[in-house]
Design a protein around this ligand. Sequence first.
Ligand code: NAD
Length: 291
Amino acid sequence: MKIGFIGLGNMGAPMAANLASAGHDVVGFDTMAKPDGLTLAVTAAAAVEGADVVITMLPNGDILRAVAADIHPAMKAGAVHLDCSTVDVASARAVAEMAESAGLTAVDAPVSGGIGGAAGGTLTFMAGGTEAGFATVSPLFDIMGQKAVHCGPAGNGQAAKICNNMILGVTMIATCEAFVLADKLGLDRQAMFDVVSTSSGYSWSMNAYCPAPGVGPQSPADNDYTPGFAADLMLKDLRLSQMAAEAADADTPMGEAAMALYQRFVEDEDGAGRDFSAMLPRFADRGRNAG
Ligand code: NAD
């Protein structure tokens, strides 16, 4: 396929490189990044010319909307705009409407798996859009990832991503605060892990990404909380989940509390740039009335 790829940052550059290595004809564009080894265009419109599929991997919904307005008129009739960024559901749905009125198909397919998954071609995609759009881009999912789930119409990929990450933020906080309570009750962290990881309190946060150093599988906690998945990115996703909850009138008090905690951690407590599991030392340093 002929593929245009807009947004060649930490995630986009390795994803584009994997598509090119698999034999696709990839032309990339980024306002800042100029990664080696990829064919680059001088404008976004030039990168998408004649492409069967245009992939965007951008920081947020406002930038996605602006890029879509720029590239849709330059895209070939019937081409697919596959957005893999994590953005708000409303922007994903607005871009799908813009695509439809330009005679294009849109698929929103945010990813989980991070930079390692992008480099290794092992991402998971959660996709929203039509059956036909999903079928067109499925071979590309197979190259860039190991699993793709079609979640329903436009915007449902973003909906699945923010619901998953709201659960992740909440369970990470619950796991970290439980470790600190266990510490203060004189319970050994290894014993706490051995019990919870095989009991009804288990979760991915405890079992696969344990926030306590030296306990459970290797995780960012064993590397001084170097990300991994940065607290800043968790805050972004929790904000998106609260924007969606407000728009849909959904009652999400735990998600709201998790967003408030990550906001304080990132903005006021030196959590920026640390892994999101660094909530454990953050709680450990505080008493009950720390505010
Ligand atoms: P990044 O900041 O490294 O890359 C974004 C790129 O977009 C940058 O190179 C930037 O120059 C480019 N860009 C910005 N505006 C542009 C424009 N108008 N035209 C063309 N290029 C433009 O971010 P990233 O880590 O690659 O993340 C990309 C997306 O993937 C985000 O939505 C993020 O939430 C999501 N995501 C990231 C991770 C991760 O671990 N990094 C994991 C899952 C999802």
